[in-house]
Each structure stands twice: as C-alpha cells, then as structure tokens.
Design a protein around this ligand. Structure first.
Ligand code: BES
Ligand code: MN
Ligand code: ZN
Length: 509
C-alpha cells in the first residue's frame, strides 16, 4: 500500500474515489464542495435518510464519466457530534468511520482513493480521545492503520483464496499545508504499524503444523534479510539451551518432536549505537495441548494462537524496520510446542531454571511461565533499559478483563504508566493489575523453591507473580494478552494486538 499526503482541493484532485464525511446531518467541507458540483447528490442522501446517523454508515455515489476527476464518491458518517454546535467528535466514532471506509474501499474495485478526513481540523471540530484532544497527525496514523488492517486476507492454506484487494494507493488530503509534514510521518508510522499488525495476524492464523518453532526461527531470519542489516537474528537450539541451564524451558519442549527454539532478534536504528536496549519477550507456544495435564477437546484448535505473544513481537519488529525507527530493541521468542508424550514432563516433576531456582511442575498446562522464566533470565545479559513480556498466559485473565483490555503487571510504576499511555494513545488498551506480595505465597511448594501454579483464586495474578521472580534485575512489565490476541466464532482469527501498544511504547520509552 502506498500512502502520500498533500494539500489539495477536492474539486481538483484526480482520483478514482473521493472519500468524504458527514457529521450527523452536516456535510464536511469537501463533501459540501462535491455536493455543489453534482447537483446536491450528497445532501439528498442525508435529506432522504439514506445515510443513517450511526458512525461508520456509508454510501457510494457513482458519477458519470463526464463528471470526473473522481469516478466515485464514498460518503461516510462520523456519527453524532458530542455537543449541540457540532464541534466535538468522540474518537470511537471517528475510528468506526475510518475502519468502515477502509473496509468498503478494500472490497471495491477502487485502486486509488483520496481521503478528506482532515476537514475536521480546518473546521475546528475537536476529536476527543480518552480525555485529550487528538491532533491531526494522530488521525492520519489511525487512517493508515485502518487501511492496512482492512487489506489483510488470509490465503495461505486455501486452494481457492479470496481475491486480494485492488486498493494500492491512498492519498491523504491535508487541509493545511503546515500540517503536511507531520501527517506524512504519521502515515509512515501508521502504515508500518498496520503492516506489523497484519504480519502478527498471519503468524497467529497459520496452522500449527506449519507454524512450528523452527518455522518461527526462519521467519526471524527472513525479517533480518529484508531489513538491510538494521535487524539481526539468531536462535538457540536444545543443546545450547542445555548448556545455559534452561531446565524450565526444556521441560516444556521435550514432549514434542518439534525442537524448541529461543529466537533472538536485535534491531538497531540509526543513531542508537551504544544505547541500552529495550527487550521484548514473546510466549511462542506454537500449540498448547496442555501436555500430560491435557486440555479438554472443545476449541482446542484455538491453542494454535498460543504463540500470539511471539507473533506480536515479530509484528512489532517488522513495524520498527519498516518505519526505520531510531530505537534499540532486542526481541526474545520462547518457541516450543507443548505435547503429551512418553518423555513429556509429568505433574510432580521438579526442574531447575537458568536462574538456579527450582520449580515443581504441578500442572503441565501452566507451560507459558516455564518457557518465559528462562527467557527472562537470558534477558539480563543485554543490561536492558526495560523488559516487556507478552503472553497468552492465563484463561483467568480472560475471566477478569474479557476481550477489551490486556492485563498489565509491572515491578516499576513509571514503566507501567508508559505502557498504559501507549495503550490509550493507540486504542490498544491495557489495564493494570496488582502484583502484591500477598499473592506470592500461593506459589509455595513443599518440594521446590516454587510451584508453577497458584491455585484458582487470582490465576492471572499468580502467573505474573511467578514471572516476577525471574525479573528482579531490571524494570519489567508483563502483558497477559489471553483475552485480546484472537477472536473466536465466525470471526475466528488473530487480532494483531498488542502491536500498536508495543510500538508506541518503544517510540516513546
Ligand atoms: N495458553 C493457556 C492460557 C489460555 C487458555 C489462553 C485459554 C487463552 C484461552 C495457558 O498455557 C494455560 O493453559 N493456562 C492455564 C493455567 C492453569 C493450569 C494454572 C489456564 O489458564 O487454565
Ligand atoms: Mn497451557
Ligand atoms: Zn499456553
């Protein structure tokens, strides 16, 4: 997808499709100009109530060839204004409108479109986003993300895949020449974040017989090759992990015929040569059967999504590469398959982690924390500025927060606040959960330094408590993304969250 921006007039721009907006029953400036030129075609839609007042509702208008430069107009509803003067708009409504416009474009034969949403700012309509006023470049960034997301199609394992969208070029009409530069950068950012989101979705959606730990290691190498040496990738195999004493990680991988991998990527943007890195750690269980503590059969296929933490780290790295971000980030992917087998771990087994702490495995289905704890110890060698792990860790987190926010835990409050702010900014929300000492004793074991489960109460919290014992040497946060990483039912598929949150965190950390 090609994105550009310029300060242009709607009447003069040659484009296959002009995307214009209405705020309830008022046409924004560009819509008004087109309306005037084409005999009131747009205002008639509103007068006849053919354009409903709900944000995201839309109408196509096809124009006669003589009426070009644009062949079609897409009129999109921004919804009800937040005040009587029609000068305030809630960001939820704006985002619904952008996503609806992007979806409509991606399903149409239109190859290039020009979007006139910046009219909002020339008309002094403020966009309210979680208690703050969004600026014009935020809107441009969100448009680019929406277009990228709408353009994604899963095709890899279908013999008759849906056609790819025709859309390949978006022009962002800036209503003020002074804003063009900022909006151009925002489009680059948004396009890269959207591309990272789609990569995360693709890795999540791929079936578990394709997307194995070694497949993920190959993805890292491919990403490195595409990055013109800003990103490097290597991975550790069983032997190397044994040498490092990663007994917790290996206890998960050993029941599978797929070898576990610790994948290490390092991205260094320009001008960050000697800075300490931020580290991302992704849970990459390419399939979670539960192991000997076998899961029930219903919906077990969804446990192919148990590598979505890892996928979000891959997506974030891809976004950084594509936007040429000036940051220094190390990514660690703990990739393994959790299978029952004659040589699999059993409840009651005690293993020694790389940190030297021993763990009694009371439930082999609490495997994520076992691979992550050794990756967290490994992270120490990078002397990180901060470490964020991202994991589809507990069903309990889904019970606690549902499907709208991921659970956030941290041992450093300023870091927690940066992540919360990144989530709010990017509409990829996190909610902070407690990491109080009182919960730690649920992990007591009679036979090891700790157990790998803490019982039913506060299951997401005790999982975070477990990880915190391996993250004492740096500022650390844990995102439990079990409720947000994928959707079930008819829309089954990976969401690409929390790439937007992570990238915004890294750009501001
Ligand atoms: N990958 C699962 C967590 C999960 C389950 C995410 C369902 C999304 C939906 C994880 O490995 C797991 O099995 N966790 C157990 C922990 C328990 C044994 C303490 C869980 O949540 O049941
Ligand atoms: Mn599990
Ligand atoms: Zn799991």
């Amino acid at each position: 997808m090609q994105f550009s921006t310029k300060n242009i007039d709607v009447v003069a721009q040659a484009t296959q499709c002009a995307v214009v907006f209405a705020l309830e029953d008022k046409l924004l400036a560009s819509a008004k100009a087109i309306d005037k030129l084409h005999g009131g075609a747009l205002s008639a839609l509103i007068a006849n109530k053919d354009l409903k007042p709900k944000a995201g509702h839309k109408r196509w208008i096809t124009l006669a060839p003589s009426k070009r430069p644009y062949q079609r107009v897409l009129l999109v509803q921004l919804g009800k204004s937040d005040d009587k003067k029609a000068s305030k708009l809630k960001s939820d409504n704006l985002l619904a409108a952008l996503s609806s416009a992007a979806t409509a474009l991606s399903q149409s034969p239109v190859k290039d479109a020009t979007v006139y949403i910046d009219d909002l700012f020339s008309q002094n309509i403020t966009v309210e986003h979680n208690g703050t006023t969004a600026d014009p470049s935020w809107v441009a960034e969100q448009l680019a993300i929406a277009v990228q997301k709408a353009s994604y199609r899963y095709t890899e394992t279908k013999s008759k895949p849906d056609a790819k969208p025709a859309l390949s070029k978006i022009t962002y009409a800036s209503s003020n020449a002074a804003r063009v530069k900022g909006q151009r950068l925002a489009l680059v950012r948004g396009a890269a974040i959207g591309s990272g989101i789609n990569y995360t979705r693709e890795l999540g959606n791929l079936p578990p017989n394709i997307c194995t730990p070694s497949f993920l290691a190959d993805q890292g190498k491919a990403l490195a090759t595409s990055s013109s040496s800003a990103l490097t990738c290597r991975s550790l195999d069983h032997k190397q992990m044994e040498k490092l004493g990663m007994g917790a990680f290996l206890s998960v991988a050993k029941g599978s015929s797929e070898e576990g991998k610790l994948i290490i990527m390092e991205y260094k943007g320009t001008a960050v040569a000697n800075s300490k890195p931020h580290v991302l750690v992704g849970k990459g269980i390419t399939f979670d059967t539960g192991g000997i503590s076998l899961k029930p059969g219903a919906a077990m296929d969804e446990m192919k999504f148990d590598m979505c933490g890892a996928a979000s780290v891959f997506g974030s790295m891809k976004a950084l590469v594509e936007m040429k971000a000036k940051v220094h980030v190390v990514a660690l992917i703990a990739a393994a398959e959790n299978m029952p087998a004659g040589n699999a771990s059993k409840p009651g087994d005690v293993v020694t982690s790389m940190s030297g702490q021993t763990i009694e495995i009371l439930n082999t289905d609490a495997e994520g924390r076992l691979v992550l704890c050794d990756a967290l110890t490994y992270a120490e060698r990078f002397k990180p500025k901060s470490v964020v792990d991202i994991a589809t860790l507990t069903g309990a987190c889904v019970v606690a927060l549902g499907n709208h926010a991921c659970g956030l835990y941290s041992n450093h409050q300023p870091m927690a606040e940066k992540l919360l702010a990144a989530g709010t900014f990017s509409n990829d929300k996190a909610w902070q959960m407690p990491l109080w000492d009182e919960y730690q004793k649920q992990l007591d074991s009679n036979f090891a330094d700790m157990a790998n489960i803490g019982g039913m109460p506060g299951g997401s919290i005790t999982a975070a408590c477990f990880l915190s014992r391996f993250a004492k040497k740096y500022h650390w946060a844990h995102l439990d993304i079990a409720g947000i990483a994928w959707q079930s039912g008819a829309k089954k598929g990976a969401t690409g969250r929390p790439v937007a949150l992570l990238v915004n965190y890294l750009l501001n950390a």
